[in-house]
Write a protein that binds this ligand. Structure first.
Ligand SMILES: Cc1cc2nc3c(=O)[nH]c(=O)nc-3n(C[C@H](O)[C@H](O)[C@H](O)COP(=O)(O)OP(=O)(O)OC[C@H]3O[C@@H](n4cnc5c(N)ncnc54)[C@H](O)[C@@H]3O)c2cc1C
Length: 365
C-alpha cells in the first residue's frame, strides 16, 4: 500500500512526488513514456516558479537553472506592429528534454519509486484506490493525477472546452546565429508561433539554437514550414534556419475550466487545467500546483486529516491562487486572435498605453 500514487511524470508529477517524499510519504510515480524526450513546448519558464525549481533541483542538477539563458524581453509581432514589453524578473529558457529528465531522476533520488513505460488504465475507489496499469495493479491511499492535458483518465471537459475549433501544437529546435534574448511571438490569423533562444544542458553558451513553437488552428497549418509562411517577418527570419531536432506535434489543444479535484483524486498541472500557452505559465503552474497538492496531503500522510478534507483544502487554495491566471490569460488570447478590424483599436491602446499591457501581463502571473 503506497501513501500516494502519482500518474504522469511531467513537471507537475515530479514536483508533487519530490515534495511528498520530503514529507515522508511512500510515493509511487508512474509514467507511460520514457525520458529523455522532446515535448511540444515553448520552453519559457516564467520567473514565478524559478525559486521553486531551484528548491527541487539538487547540487548535481543545479546547472540546469544556473546556466539557463535568461529572457528579459517579450516582443509581439502583429499586423505590422511590434509591441515590446520587459519580462521582469526575467524568465529562463530550459529545454524540456533536459528539464523533465532531470526532475524524473531527482524524484528517484528523493526516494520515490519511479516506473517508466507504465500506462495507467483506470483508477477505482474513492480512497483507498486501486490503480490498474499495463504492469499490474497498485493499491494506494491517495492519488494525484498529473497525466497532462489529454489523457484517458481526465474527466470529460466542461465549460469552454466542449465545443470549438481544433488547435494543434508544433515545435522544433533550429540553428540561428546569435538570436536575441527575447521571446518573440508572431501572431497571424488562426494562430501564433513563439521563437526564443535555448541551449541544451551542458552544451555551453553557444547561443546558436532557437526553439520555434506554434499553436495553430488545424485548418490553417499542419507543419512548421506552413506556420512560418503565415507571417512575413517570421518567414524572413526562418529562411536560413537549419533543423537541430525532429519536429514534434500534439493535438487537440482543449481549453477548459480548471478542475483541481475529482472524486477525492487531486489533479495538478495540465490535468487540472490547460492555460493558454502563449503566456508561458504552464510549466510554472505545473510545478506550483504539483507542490501545492503534495503539501495539502501532508496532514493526511500524518493521519491528522481525512483525504476528503485534504482534497477540499487543495481545491480551495487552487481556486484562490491559481484559477484567476486561467481566466486572465484566456481573455488576452481571445483579444490577440480577434478579427483584425476589432483588434486594431485594441492594439493601438496597448501600444500607446504600456501600463495597460503591463497590467494585462501581471494578471497572468
Ligand atoms: C504549443 C504549446 C506551447 C507551450 N509553451 C509553453 C511555454 O513556453 N512555457 C510554459 O510554461 N508552458 C508551455 N506550454 C504548456 C506546458 O507544456 C504544459 O503546461 C506542461 O507540460 C504541463 O506539465 P504537466 O506535468 O501537467 O503535463 P505533461 O508535461 O504533459 O506531463 C504529463 C505526463 O503524463 C504522462 N501520462 C499521460 N497519461 C498517462 C497515463 N495514463 N499513465 C501514465 N502516464 C501518463 C504523459 O506521458 C506525460 O509525460 C505549452 C504547451 C503547448 C501545447
Amino acid at each position: 500500500m503506497y501513501d500516494l500514487t502519482i500518474v504522469g511524470g511531467g513537471p507537475a508529477g515530479t514536483s508533487a512526488a519530490i515534495t511528498a517524499a520530503r514529507h515522508g510519504a511512500r510515493v509511487l510515480l508512474l509514467e507511460r513514456g520514457r525520458f529523455p524526450r522532446h515535448k511540444v513546448c515553448g520552453e519559457f519558464v516564467s520567473a514565478e516558479s524559478l525559486g521553486l525549481l531551484g528548491n527541487l533541483l539538487d547540487a548535481e542538477h543545479a546547472a540546469l537553472l544556473r546556466d539557463a539563458i535568461r529572457i528579459p524581453q517579450a516582443r509581439v509581432f502583429l499586423d505590422g506592429r511590434t509591441l515590446e514589453t520587459a519580462v521582469g524578473p526575467p524568465a529562463a529558457s530550459i529545454a524540456r528534454v533536459d528539464l523533465d529528465a532531470a526532475l524524473w531522476d531527482l524524484a528517484g533520488q528523493s526516494g520515490v519509486e519511479t516506473r517508466q513505460q507504465t500506462t495507467v488504465q483506470a483508477i477505482t475507489g474513492g480512497g483507498p484506490f486501486t490503480v490498474a496499469t499495463s504492469s499490474g495493479d497498485f493499491e494506494t491511499l491517495a492519488v494525484i493525477n498529473t497525466s497532462g492535458r489529454w489523457s484517458n483518465l481526465n474527466p470529460a471537459p466542461t465549460g469552454s472546452g466542449r465545443a470549438g475549433e481544433k488547435w494543434l501544437g508544433l515545435k522544433a529546435h533550429f540553428a540561428e546565429p546569435s538570436p536575441p534574448a527575447s521571446v518573440d511571438l508572431y501572431f497571424f490569423d488562426g494562430g501564433y508561433c513563439g521563437v526564443q533562444p535555448v541551449e541544451l544542458n551542458g552544451a555551453g553558451s553557444t547561443h546558436g539554437r532557437v526553439n520555434a513553437c506554434a499553436m495553430v488552428r488545424a485548418d490553417v497549418a499542419s507543419t512548421l514550414s506552413e506556420v512560418f509562411s503565415r507571417h512575413p517577418s517570421l518567414r524572413e527570419r526562418s529562411r536560413h534556419w537549419k533543423p537541430l531536432s525532429d519536429a514534434v506535434s500534439t493535438s487537440p489543444l482543449l481549453f477548459r475550466d480548471p478542475q483541481p479535484e475529482h472524486g477525492n483524486i487531486l489533479m495538478a498541472g495540465d490535468a487540472a487545467g490547460f492555460v493558454d500557452p502563449f503566456v508561458g505559465d504552464g510549466i510554472s503552474l505545473a510545478l506550483r500546483s504539483g507542490k501545492l497538492a503534495a503539501d495539502c496531503l501532508a496532514s493526511f500522510f500524518r493521519r491528522e486529516a481525512s483525504l476528503h478534507d485534504a482534497a477540499g483544502r487543495y481545491r480551495r487554495t487552487y481556486e484562490q491562487q491559481l484559477a484567476p491566471i486561467f481566466r486572465a490569460s484566456s481573455k488576452i488570447r481571445r483579444l490577440l486572435l480577434l478579427p483584425r478590424s476589432v483588434r486594431t483599436p485594441m492594439l493601438y491602446l496597448l501600444e500607446n498605453i504600456p501600463v495597460v499591457t503591463r497590467y494585462l501581463v501581471s494578471k497572468t502571473r
